[in-house]
Design a protein around this ligand. Structure first.
Ligand SMILES: C[S@@+](CC[C@H](N)C(=O)[O-])C[C@H]1O[C@@H](n2cnc3c(N)ncnc32)[C@H](O)[C@@H]1O
Length: 372
């Protein structure tokens, strides 16, 4: 089977989905929904499932029917826990004043995010709360998924402005996909909720999703679960008028693989500066990225292979820098720190530990939860 999307873990759907029919065009709960509780406002999406706790429910935050700013799709037990979070009593943190970006029409990539002024490495570019958060494996009955009734019902509790914003976003699937689902899948970004027993979530961030992809992106998307905001931080200095870019697919992969994934999940051929290198330079870039890819399972499992050395880590750090892969550079640093400590090289471990802290500040901001 084809690989799942890096950002929302979805598999692209087949081309059999019909458009939403006219009679479903009103924003209202469908007949298969029923209210589970009023305050907090929790709706059971499809009571026909008969397994209420494991079926998808919608939570609207704040709990104002038809005027919520966030809708959550999850199983009931998670939704009930999430509804008690103090975060919903607090206003969202302010976005940067005079944001350093503008959204503009591009020649060939739809809307793009562009730097209005020079942006320094580590600077917060944009921050916002999501309009939709969904567990990636939300349960949807076949009849609801093909017609879009499920998503229409989910969005019905949002404010009209929030819904208009969502429906104005790009849907890269065109008529082959139900329009609301197509729009969500085109724009979802990963959301990590601590204490969610490993459940994976996707979120719709209406400004951040306007950034286009680059295989050596200059911004890092980070979800701060404390403030419940998606954020972009610059991972290198960005010049005025330069496009601000993010990553949509696994970057530690050769060009043909990156392009295939982007084509499959986002329907475009990547012609970023890395993908457009001359053939011999693409070959070198692929060698570096494949070498970094080989380290990923070790980094995730924390295993230090016998042939892994401080010198090899330094080489891989250099390649991650050459390739403009800052998030992976930070992951390699973390692994290198552990390796050096494990090998009994305290000076090197200390140096890398400091570099890890600097890298997390750049990627996530000074309040990075990873700094604790
Ligand atoms: C999440 S949206 C990004 C914002 C989008 N450009 C818009 O107009 O709203 C993803 C879509 O943007 C376009 N896109 C993103 N990165 C691209 C790139 N590097 N080259 C060409 N198209 C790109 C593709 O159509 C893709 O499906």
């Amino acid at each position: 089977m084809a690989s799942p999307c890096y950002r929302c873990l979805s598999h692209p759907n087949s081309a059999e989905k019909p458009l939403v029919s006219e009679e479903n065009s009103n924003w209202k709960l469908s007949d298969t929904c029923r209210t589970h509780s009023q305050n907090p406002l929790i709706i059971e999406a499809d009571y026909r499932h008969g397994q209420a706790a494991e079926a998808s429910h919608f939570l609207y935050v704040p709990h104002t029917p038809g005027n919520a700013s966030i809708v959550f799709l999850d199983h009931l037990h998670n939704i009930q826990r999430i509804s008690t979070w103090d975060i919903w009593k607090q206003p969202p943190p302010p976005a940067p004043q005079n944001p350093p970006y503008v959204l503009e029409q591009s020649a060939n990539k739809g809307i793009k995010m562009v730097a209005r002024r020079s942006i320094a490495i580590g600077e917060l570019i944009a921050l916002e709360r999501p309009l939709v958060v969904s567990r990636v494996d939300a349960a949807i009955a076949e009849d609801q998924s093909t017609t879009g009734i499920f998503y229409r019902a989910a969005l019905s509790g949002l404010s009209p402005a929030a819904r208009d914003t969502i429906m104005s976003l790009h849907n890269c699937f065109g008529p082959e996909q139900e329009p609301i689902l197509g729009t969500l899948l085109t724009n979802y970004q990963p959301v990590t909720i601590p204490d969610a027993s490993g459940t994976e979530y996707s979120g719709l961030f209406p400004i951040l999703c306007r950034a286009n992809h680059d295989c050596s992106p200059n911004a890092n998307f980070f979800f701060n679960s404390r403030s419940f905001t998606g954020q972009f931080h610059a991972v290198r200095d960005i010049a005025k008028d330069e496009e601000i870019t993010a990553m949509y697919s696994e970057l530690a992969a050769p060009r043909h693989q990156r392009r295939a994934e982007l084509q499959e999940h986002y329907k475009f051929l990547c012609e970023c500066s890395t993908c457009s290198l001359l053939p011999n330079l693409v070959e070198q870039s692929d060698i570096r990225r494949k070498a970094i890819a080989e380290l990923i399972p070790l980094m995730h499992s924390g295993i230090y292979a016998d042939d892994m050395s401080v010198a090899r880590i330094e080489e891989l750090l250099g390649w991650a820098t050459d390739e403009g892969l800052y998030a992976l550079y930070a992951e390699i640093l973390v692994y290198g720190f552990g390796l050096a400590a494990n090998l009994g090289v305290p000076d090197q471990a200390g140096k890398w530990s400091q570099m890890v802290a600097e890298a997390f500040k750049i990627l996530d901001g000074a309040d990075s939860p990873r700094l604790n």
